[in-house]
Design a protein around this ligand. Sequence first.
Ligand code: MG
Length: 469
Amino acid sequence: MSVNSRRQFLQRLGLSAAAFTLSPMIACNQQTKTKPNMIVVFCDDLGYGDLGVFGHPTIHTPNLDRMAAEGQKWTQFYVAASVCTPSRAALMTGRYPVRTGMCSDVRRVLFPDSAGGLPEDEITVATALKNEGYATACIGKWHLGHLPQYLPTNHGFDTYFGIPYSNDMDRVAGTNYREVCMNPSIEDFEVPLLRDTEVIERPANQHTITKRYTQEVIQFIRDHRQEPFFIYFAHSMPHVPLFRSDEFAGDSRRGIYGDVIQEIDWSVGQVLDTLRETDLDENTMVVFTSDNGPWLVFDQHGGSAGLLKDGKGTTFEGGMREPTIFWWPGKIKPGVVMDLGSTLDLFPTCCALAGADLPNDRIYDGWDLSPVLFEGQPSPRQAMFYYRGTKLYAVRKGAYKAHFITQSAYGNFKPEAHDPPLLYDLDEDPGETFNVADQHPDVMKEILELIAEHNANMTRGLDCLAERL
Ligand code: MG
């Protein structure tokens, strides 16, 4: 029997290919092991236009190209905030950051002197899956609180390996921020590398960080191949300062930024190859996306949002629409999905795949995307709310997006309120160039009704980001 026909045979029996090689003792616990594995690969500040498969002309991403060809490429997939901490909180909890308190109008993200973090009563996707018997690993950037009570090992992860916040933090006193970001040396950023809750290296050697994260992920897959697992693989890159391994220096025609992306692409290849080698590929869903758009103020060290407007820090499309790929050979219907999706949907989707009920004591902001992934049905997501800090700046419903407030990313740019709001048809005008508000008063009315409904169901969490140690 060939490998493929063996897999098909086992699938008909409801068994994974991995189970075929298990000992009888292990195989008796079959029900647990047939739950699918899940890996979320989460980049930092990757732009919508920075992958070959999303149209970049000089960044070579053969592994992501193949992943997209074998899986689903989502062209309208959103994060719930345009900066790190709130975006990550939304992925982890399936809830808008205003509900969890993981956003603020005082400080946009957590810093090394922050006293707060993801509240202990928030349920992460890792906790939900752990309750279903999953082995869980967080490898990479966390940025949901660096104090012990907020670390991944206190939020449902069995193990953690990574830099707990952004790689440009803990800057050596007296250095010029922009200068050390544009000409980086690891000695300029005294960021720690943690194993669970212990600092094992400081400053972290960021040159090898992508490679070492990848090795950790591969080892976890191999160590846990006989039980269901969930891996949150959150790259520290391509957030500035940019670092890559020696092997990738000069690898790209797009400078150091391209080198960094091509190392991430290599990493994806390593992970998918490991799944194939261990016969876990047909029982593992892998999602690739990023936390927010490109950091445009860093010139060539920042990425590109392609045809989308603006980048990180804004509620324009370039800040919050991410290049996203879902992969699960033999299970996901390959193709391009132009419907809406969000990292908010990963929590309910992962729970559904694991057979877990959503906790019923809180409001969730996501949908189970399984019908789109596996049956090619329309996405249940019809809308997206774009917050900056605690304020709602824009709302998308169907093809239309209304901006009530706009604000550029960084610097002293003031928020600009729009009354009447700006309205763009994102299907026709993804670059948000042509205001069509005059032509669609009916659409604006529908969006206002949607906001009223959203606000009626909103209980705001206390600001977890403002307090300093
Ligand atoms: Mg980021």
